[in-house]
Design a protein around this ligand. Sequence first.
Ligand SMILES: [Zn+2]
Length: 417
Amino acid sequence: MRLCCEVRVAYLQLMSESASKTVRATLAVGRKTNAKSKLVNDKVSEIFLTVTTAKDITGRKYLVTGNLQQIFAKFWSQGKATIQFKDPAHQLCISKADPGELRKLLCILRLNPIEKKDTFEALPILDDVAQHVDPPKTRMTVNKQKNYPLRNGFPISLETLNVHNCSLTRIDARMLDLRNLKFLDLARNRIKVLPLSMKNLTGLASLNLASNEIVEFPHSLCGVPLSKSLSSIDLSDNRMEKLPYYFGRLSNLVVLKLDRNKLRGLPQTFCQLSGLRQFSAVNNQLPCLPSNSQRLKLDSLDLSGNPFVDEKSVRTIRNSLGVQTMKEICARAVKKSGLAYSPEVLPRELCAYLDLMKVCSVCEASCAESLLHFVAPFNLGQISRTVVLSGGKRSVPVEGYVCSLECFGRGQANLLL
Ligand SMILES: [Zn+2]
């Protein structure tokens, strides 16, 4: 058998601490077939362990039979173990190994060739063991429930993981330990909730969760580190009714698919997705878009199958422009200055007040109660090269806010209102 892992060799005979660097290696265990090997019942009885690295492709051989000083296997489930030999007095520190494979290897090393003759004879002749270093496994696809690695888990080196049709109801916590993961595709399962520990996947670039049963995208996943790494999200065919307010913080997004959900609106921060190029939200429940979506610059936009209201002219829904309360004046100042706030420094009620402030469609300042709420038609051709809408339309209603009489005047002058 062979085991891909990382190995550091410590030289125990030296008084001072001395060890090689940790390197990628393949450990192979087998029997040896030369004339000098001991014979028991006419069978070769010695087990050897070979350590092959990129620098040493012929491999360093260690006699195992009668030459083992000690095995430290307490952390085998974390892919770690230490093997000490008597001669030479070397200590192999193994890490980043597949736990299941490591356990098998340690069992073989502890094998008594005379007592467990059958298992011993099943070992390959050492000279036949391929002497090359296997590259770490970076890609894995599981398409059937019976192939799911329930006991062994996933290789720590994975960069791409596809798991489909396995009826997963939640994301396996072992997947969230794969720090090298860049592409995670869990489409066609039954996942309901996204764990907050997904933030551990600091290099995740693409997340496909299409055809699951997700109701909510947690707002805590919209911040760092995923906001810096995620460039593609597919949440089509789920059960989401809204996106979190801060969804716009995922500023690295290029592709976003939200088809066939139950979305009733997009958050005001959506316009902050400045890198977004492909967006589709086919067959949702969108009655209109936020007016600041006019800042998006897309290559393709598909919003067919949404019940957009047929808006041909500007309509004022509520005009409460007037004298601002002291609370609103302070809140506007906090937002304007970009001051950070949290429940640790402000009452929760005030945090919620600040979070729910609207953005003026004309000057982009925040406003809360003293505002004008309007709906106006908008030609999507202005923000996307390709537009797909039901009935061949190009225009949808946008919903927006104006923070002052001055902005109202400017909006009218710019034909926005
Ligand atoms: Zn304004």
